[in-house]
Design a protein around this ligand. Structure first.
Ligand SMILES: Cc1cc2nc3c(=O)[nH]c(=O)nc-3n(C[C@H](O)[C@H](O)[C@H](O)COP(=O)(O)OP(=O)(O)OC[C@H]3O[C@@H](n4cnc5c(N)ncnc54)[C@H](O)[C@@H]3O)c2cc1C
Length: 486
């Protein structure tokens, strides 16, 4: 049986679903098919979404799907510099406030399935399980064999989109190369059932959080910061919690799964949380970061993890997928309508997102050097927050057209970032040689929040964040100076 589509998407993850939604928004007449290999929906990573992805889904009229998921109550970084149990901690937090752009914790099993139902209701055909046998030497318009539920299909599509994630089906098939990347990290993860109550370390209440945040700290995206590695803890709902670690391969030669298992049994806080809970199969991913040198040719293109990935810290994955979907959705929607191939538009898509990935790698590669230290990382995050809120979040909330533009660094940003990075790295190295990590005394819990003002004050956020960053940096230098004079 031969089937014809305007767009055939390989893979049924978020890239596929977001793209199908975007194309449908642009052109209701477009015929779209999704071919997903697995028959079951499963727990996947990509569980914490930040404001921009929430904004994207809201603008597609999908608030009802998000409403079934867990609202994310904020972002927290917990530093336990002496590994002496829960009371030697420092916390850098950004509570989520009621806004148009709230983030969520996604139970991917239910969210992916809900998205597919929504897509089917909008006329998208979903084939699962489906195995796509993409032919060598494919040219636009060729028949592509697909086995769906034991049936042999031939599929003809104007565009084949690779959304097969890290399998990178078309990327491999076409022999497209990757660009060189500096970021060298790996990850291990699992899902835990009924983890112990986090009351102990959630007790460190803070009036600002209690008064302003949209829910308890336990449902924030929690990061445990360690030397050359960081952990995430994301409560998907009352029962299931996703926990994982990302480590730099440069500084830490142990395998990531070894690090994961050892810390689950020995880390002062992580051990306490998971003790006695049920755990799924543990998974590991080596060499997280990559980026394709080519993203399209006439009749086929890459999106999401099939094209590239950076690092999960602060959840840039789904945000970039949302932005790529808008770009590609517009290109494909217009092309189907006009029948004209827009090569320049595709080149722009490739260059803009290659740059977005490269720029993020530039940032991420740098923070592993001092991510274990509360005050060094705090300064780094403060400047990052200033840049991200001012040039990405705020314009996207205010002007809907800006949502599709990913964060990019200009030359001045890079110079400033490099100067700051070198200074923070130097301080970190000096401190480590003196057997200290930060300037804070162990014992007391220290809390520092990023305030996101409401209403009109929201528009003064860039100024406020910049001043906070400068203040923290000056305090850091002042204490270092005092230490040197001792
Ligand atoms: C450790 C880790 C943690 C992360 N955490 C976050 C986070 O908290 N927040 C965030 O925003 N991002 C996060 N990300 C990134 C995010 O998970 C990914 O960017 C996103 O899920 C990629 O979606 P995708 O649809 O491109 O790929 P996938 O989700 O991998 O989907 C690809 C789909 O294609 C299917 N497939 C594969 N091969 C074939 C084939 N031959 N035929 C048919 N189907 C096929 C697969 O079965 C799969 O369903 C994380 C990434 C990692 C590695």
């Amino acid at each position: 049986m031969t089937k014809h589509f305007d767009i055939a998407i390989i893979g049924g993850g978020l890239s596929a679903s977001f793209l199908a939604l975007s194309v449908h928004k642009e052109n209701k007449e477009a015929s779209i098919a999704i071919f997903e290999r697995s028959s079951e929906y499963s727990q996947k990573v990509g569980e914490s979404i930040i404001d921009l992805a929430g904004l994207y889904l809201n603008r597609l009229g999908l608030e009802h799907l998000l409403a079934k998921q867990t609202p994310k109550t904020g972002i927290r970084f917990l530093f336990n510099e002496n590994s002496q149990g829960q009371y030697g901690q420092y916390e850098f937090s950004s509570p989520s406030l009621r806004s148009v752009t709230n983030g969520y914790h996604l139970d991917r099993k239910t969210f992916d399935s809900d998205l597919h139902k929504e897509l089917e209701s909008r006329g998208v055909e979903i084939f699962r399980p489906a195995e796509v046998d993409f032919p060598d030497g494919y040219v636009q318009g060729d028949e592509v064999p697909v086995i769906h539920d034991g049936l042999n299909l031939k599929v003809v599509a104007n565009w084949w989109i690779d959304a097969s994630g890290r399998k990178r089906l078309l990327h491999q098939k076409m022999g497209w190369k990757d660009i060189e990347v500096d970021l060298n990290t790996s990850a291990a993860m699992a899902h835990f059932r009924n983890i112990k109550s986090q009351e102990n370390w959630d007790k460190m209440a803070h009036p600002y959080w209690d008064k302003n945040a949209i829910g308890s700290k336990g449902f924030s995206t929690i990061h445990f910061m360690r030397k050359n590695s960081w952990w995430w803890l994301i409560r998907l709902n009352e029962e299931i919690t996703s926990i994982g670690v990302v480590k730099s391969n440069e500084e830490n030669s142990n395998s990531v799964i070894q690090l994961f298992e050892e810390a689950l049994g020995s880390d002062a806080i992580i051990k306490e949380v998971v003790e006695g809970s049920g755990v799924s199969e543990k998974r590991e991913l080596n060499q997280l970061a990559y980026c394709s040198s080519q993203w399209f040719q006439k009749g086929m293109a890459l999106i999401g993890d099939s094209a590239g990935f950076v690092d999960p810290l602060l959840s840039p994955g789904i945000e970039l997928i949302a932005q790529q979907s808008i770009w590609m959705g517009k290109l494909l929607g217009k092309e189907i309508e006009s029948g004209t191939y827009n090569e320049t538009g595709w080149k722009n898509y490739e260059s803009r997102f290659t740059r977005a990935l490269k720029d993020r790698m530039y940032i991420y590669q740098r923070n592993y050097a001092f991510m274990h230290s509360y005050d060094l990382m705090k300064v780094w995050l403060r400047f990052g927050n200033f840049q991200y809120f001012s040039f990405t979040i705020l314009p996207s909330v205010r002007f809907s057209r800006r949502l599709k533009y990913p964060l990019k660094l200009n030359v001045l940003d890079k110079i400033a970032m490099n100067v700051l990075y070198k200074r923070l790295k130097k301080i970190s190295e000096k401190r480590l040689s003196q057997n200290r990590i930060s300037n804070h005394l162990p014992g007391e819990i220290s809390f520092s929040e990023v305030r996101v003002p409401k209403g009109f004050a929201f528009y003064f956020l860039p100024l406020q964040l910049f001043l906070l960053a400068v203040k923290d940096y000056m305090i850091l230098e002042w204490i270092e100076l005092k230490n040197a004079l001792k």
